[in-house]
Design a protein around this ligand. Structure first.
Ligand code: PHB
Ligand code: FE
Length: 324
């Protein structure tokens, strides 16, 4: 496992140059530059920061987070691979791919430092493009509030007394401009005496209409290993997620188009247009990226059963949940 050697040099654009193992990261006014032994890569700064924000906030998520066609991370739940070209057929065919394994906490700390330093005043990597300033230009201030947002993770269910709260104007979550028509009434709960702590209900539509972030599944309720992770989407999912398990999607409102590719090679497999009410099982052997023309509500249903990635890798489980 490589050790961290973050340097913290500042370049002529005012941004820190940081290293993680043999990787070096720098940015200029428009681009991020990544170097590793035997290669280098460049990405637009906004695209990189939007992907990095999610990778850090989600603690490397489930499976693979591709920032683009070249760079990304593989979560091994404790350690993480940081790769270049690993899931790119061109790099692989020439043996040009590069992978380094790190302690998860160490990698997250360094990547978090990059995120903090490179996110300038006015840019919010979690916000929709229409609801944020730009990521470009020389180093100018920061956006600490945005980059340190905690991902909402309910213990049982949002709105319970000892759990993550519902959202309201007064708690700083106004109804989003594109969800002004969403009803805000809450269900009435009449529990039998003695069951007040066991019975609960909330309006998921009202809850999501007040989300201030995009492409950020939050755990809003939990049943055993089953995680209900709704999210509001607008513009493009800033990562290509390589699944390490089946994920169920339920389109709750509006429309998302998904590009589905082979997880390893990136070869195109399908385009899926999901309209409100549509349900899809995204297989365990794909990567996908969503396009949402207007803000929409999506329910991502995750299965957090330990050992699932190994069961798919070994072929014990098929990559899809049903055969027709
Ligand atoms: C996914 O990759 O499954 C994913 C990630 C973020 C979202 C929705 C879906 O907002
Ligand atoms: Fe996914």
């Amino acid at each position: 496992m490589a050790a961290n050697a973050a340097t913290g040099n500042v370049n002529e654009h005012g941004y820190k140059v940081l290293t993680l193992g043999n990787y070096s990261f720098s940015r200029d006014e428009y681009f991020v530059h990544i170097q590793w032994p035997g290669g280098s890569h460049l990405m637009p700064a906004d695209r990189f920061l939007r992907a990095l924000m999610r990778d850090v906030a989600w603690n490397f998520f489930y499976g693979i987070v591709n920032f683009d066609e070249v760079f990304g991370t593989v979560n091994h739940y404790g350690t993480v691979d940081v790769f270049a070209g690993l899931f790119n057929a061109g790099y692989r065919s020439r043996n040009k791919h590069y992978v380094e394994n790190f302690d998860g906490e160490l990698a997250r700390t360094t990547l978090g430092q990059i995120l903090e330093d490179w996110t300038i005043e006015g840019f919010d990597p979690f916000a929709a493009p229409e609801e944020t300033g730009i990521a470009f230009g020389p180093k100018r201030g920061n956006n600490q509030r945005a980059v340190t947002r905690k991902r909402v993770v309910a213990r049982r269910m949002a709105g319970l007394a000892d759990d993550t709260p519902l959202r309201s104007d007064s708690s700083g979550f106004p109804i989003n401009r594109q969800f002004q028509d969403v009803a805000q009434d809450e269900p009435e709960v009449h529990a039998e005496p003695g069951f007040e702590n066991e019975v609960h209900a909330m309006s998921l539509f009202a809850y999501l209409s007040r989300s201030d972030v995009t492409w950020n599944p939050s755990v809003s309720s939990v049943c055993g290993r089953s995680l209900c992770c709704p999210t509001t989407e607008e513009y493009i999912l800033p990562i290509k997620h390589g699944n390490d398990r089946v994920e169920w999607f339920m389109q709750l409102s509006d429309e998302i188009v998904w590009e589905v590719e082979d997880k390893i090679s990136g070869a195109m497999r399908a385009k899926v247009r999901m309209r409100a009410g549509d349900v899809a099982a995204m297989p365990a052997d794909i990567r996908h990226q969503g396009y949402s023309p207007k803000r929409s509500m999506l329910l991502v249903w995750e299965n957090a059963t330990p050992g699932l990635p190994e069961m798919y890798d070994s072929g014990k489980l098929k990559p899809y949940p049903i055969e027709f």
